[in-house]
Design a protein around this ligand. Structure first.
Ligand code: 2AM
Ligand code: CA
Ligand code: CA
Ligand code: CA
Length: 246
């Protein structure tokens, strides 16, 4: 799958440089492009070749109607950060997560323009562009930058302003994948956003493999078949955020 992801980069960069067809899904802030669709086609086809029996849960609807995590389940976000893809031509990710009987097994987050591919899982460890990635330092909230979500911050949901005030500062990038990758790399101590399964499926595998904690903001386990306010953080920052985010 790493080779599939790396090969995909050039295709996506070429498509990004050509005319984009952009449509609104549920609002003017919720976009989809021809590249989201074509890249989902590409990834789902590769997964079908690799693992014909598997179920595929994919954002733009190319996959299956998945109602259980039993068996092999691949979860695909073909372009994460579509708004950035359209308006910045940067700061977006391709993400694939793989679960076996509900167990996080493999994850891939590819920050396409930066050419940073985070890959791996509990059996093989995590690599960044093929090199082993060490677990980030277990810094607490006051010792690092916190990845926020614009909508949660504006609404001050989950005491987002208090959480940020307790950190070294807020960073808002508009791509769950790129921001979770920054937590993996030790560049953020945590990230909190309202997410759907394909937004955090890959990140959860990679984060848990590195000893980071992934739960809902109330501390309960995440569910890979539903949306929720998801917190990805170092162990110490996770404890600090849960205490504040009432
Ligand atoms: P997407 O680009 O794949 O839709 C910032 O918008 C981040 O939140 C992105 O990772 C985006 O993923 C995700 N997101 C989740 N729900 C969203 C929504 N309803 N509208 C826009 N972005 C959403
Ligand atoms: Ca979307
Ligand atoms: Ca997404
Ligand atoms: Ca997407």
């Amino acid at each position: 799958m790493q080779a599939v992801m790396k090969a995909d980069r050039q295709r996506v960069l070429v498509a990004m440089g050509s005319h984009l067809t952009v449509a609104e899904k549920t609002s003017r802030r919720d976009l989809v492009t021809n590249v989201d669709h074509s890249n989902e086609d590409y990834l789902v086809e590769r997964i079908r070749e690799l693992d014909p029996q598997a179920k595929v849960l994919a954002e733009e609807g190319r996959g299956d109607h998945v109602t259980s995590m039993r068996g092999h389940v691949w979860i695909v976000d073909p372009i994460d950060g579509t708004m950035n893809f359209v308006h910045q031509r940067n700061h977006f990710a391709i993400m694939v997560g793989y679960y076996v009987d509900g167990a996080p097994t493999l994850g891939y987050i590819y920050d396409v323009v930066a050419d940073r591919l985070f890959a791996g899982g509990p059996v093989v460890g995590v690599t960044l562009n093929g090199q082993p990635l060490a677990a980030p330092a277990d810094l607490t909230l006051s010792e690092g930058l916190f990845g926020a979500s614009g909508p949660l911050l504006i609404a001050n949901k989950f005491q987002m302003q208090r959480v940020i005030a307790a950190s070294l500062g807020a960073r808002i990038l508009g791509s769950a994948g790129v921001q979770i990758a920054q937590v993996l790399a030790g560049e953020l101590v945590g990230y909190l956003s309202y997410l759907r399964p394909w937004d955090f499926a890959a990140g959860r595998v990679l984060a848990e493999t590195l000893g980071l904690v992934v739960t809902q903001v109330d501390g309960t386990p995440v569910n890979m078949l539903s949306s929720g306010a998801v917190l990805v953080a170092t162990k110490r920052a996770h404890r600090a955020v849960l205490a504040l985010a009432k």
